[in-house]
Design a protein around this ligand. Sequence first.
Ligand SMILES: Cc1cc2nc3c(=O)[nH]c(=O)nc-3n(C[C@H](O)[C@H](O)[C@H](O)COP(=O)(O)OP(=O)(O)OC[C@H]3O[C@@H](n4cnc5c(N)ncnc54)[C@H](O)[C@@H]3O)c2cc1C
Length: 447
Amino acid sequence: MTTQQQQAPALTSEPDQSASPGAAKDSARDTSHSASRHCIVVGAGVIGLCTAIALQRQGVQVTLVDRLGIGEGCSKGNAGHFATEQVFPLAQASLLPQLPRMLLDPLGALRISPGYMFRAIPWFMRFLANMRPAVFKRNTASLRALNEGALAAWERLVSQSNCRELLIRHGSLLTFESPSLSTARAIQAMYQSQEVEVELLERDALDALQPGLHGNITHALHFTQVGHTSSPYQLSQALYRHACELGVTFMQAEVIRIDAHNEKVQLVTDLGLLTADSLVVCTGAFSKSLCQGLGYQVPLDTERGYHYMVSSEHMPLMPITSYEKKFILTPMSDGLRLAGTVEFAGLAQAPNYVRADRLRQLGESIWPELRDDKHDADKRWMGFRPTLPDSLPVIGKAPGHDRVFFNFGHQHLGLTLAAFSAELLADELLGNTPAVSLRPYSIARFN
Ligand SMILES: Cc1cc2nc3c(=O)[nH]c(=O)nc-3n(C[C@H](O)[C@H](O)[C@H](O)COP(=O)(O)OP(=O)(O)OC[C@H]3O[C@@H](n4cnc5c(N)ncnc54)[C@H](O)[C@@H]3O)c2cc1C
């Protein structure tokens, strides 16, 4: 039995409030709301971990449930970029002219697996509908509202969790390989229209800020109000340690079905029945079937992404993305992480690690010094980004169930938005007014 399993509460029993010293200490609010006594958070990725902490800090006794361990899903191998500049939904009309070329290249930045094409059609129809100018504008405002609160929420959380060193504020770069500055200027203007802080650096200024870049790079956009972590996995582990200190308990179990029609929420798991006053579904790309079981149809799909780990004698200071080649390179504690690509192939198909190898080939076009001297199996990784056609997550109460809450679907921004989404969700569950209205993120938008 693992340490994590040893902390599991007895099945179907009420939580032992005395086992929650942190909860008592940090509870500044009235927790008489009946959903707030004992809550099960399903999913121990970065979203579930942050949600568990936010609730427990406000006096809720939380049991975290995951069929794997802590932070073993998509949250494990992401690019570690707190990408608060990404205020634009993925469904943007400017993507359309690029799509044919992208789709024709089997190793290109976007791929729909031939075996998945038919199943992906409904999602893509909705995706296209979200490109309409008025919808795009509305979605941008909703995504921006989350991004604007994201870094401050992380600052609070890493301070409370004693892991400040895992949030690094060195900015990030978007590099260009072109003698003309016009594209970069247009992109800069687009970001500035949303009040994102960004400066255009030509090669000399770029070298002064970030030496070591490939000679083909002519200029870059420098985003100053973003950050990165040196290890998404260590960040999850640090959050889990803090959660345990507060009194959160963990159970390794698979949730098979949810019954929320009675006074209590009941979860059928592979280990038996679990009961709680409330439930938060934080199961990332795997949330669709649990929602369906509760009667909610969600057009959730997964954008599978890959990483490849290399090393380098000198590390870049910050995450660097190639505008032309559409991948990111992030300095991490265990090497340089080359990450990116979008693959629509569902949850069941085996990873296509040739896509990760392709990232390795592209890596030198940003950072010529990289070395492929890591021989363990962890070098290549694939993760399931949870993604909705409007690029907005689902955050908030289930419209037809008082005791069921959702926090999933954060697409390319799950790490970025985790701490703030968790704060908003906790306020909603406790009957307080969240700092941002949760209406645009309600699951009801799909009905
Ligand atoms: C290549 C790549 C790069 C990325 N880079 C970035 C980045 O730089 N910045 C950023 O902000 N985001 C990035 N992302 C996106 C980010 O990683 C995800 O949005 C985020 O990890 C989602 O977190 P989550 O907690 O919702 O999901 P997960 O981490 O997948 O956690 C969900 C958990 O639910 C559990 N679970 C599922 N079903 C059940 C069940 N029935 N019962 C019990 N447990 C269950 C799973 O085991 C899993 O642990 C990237 C993603 C990829 C693939």
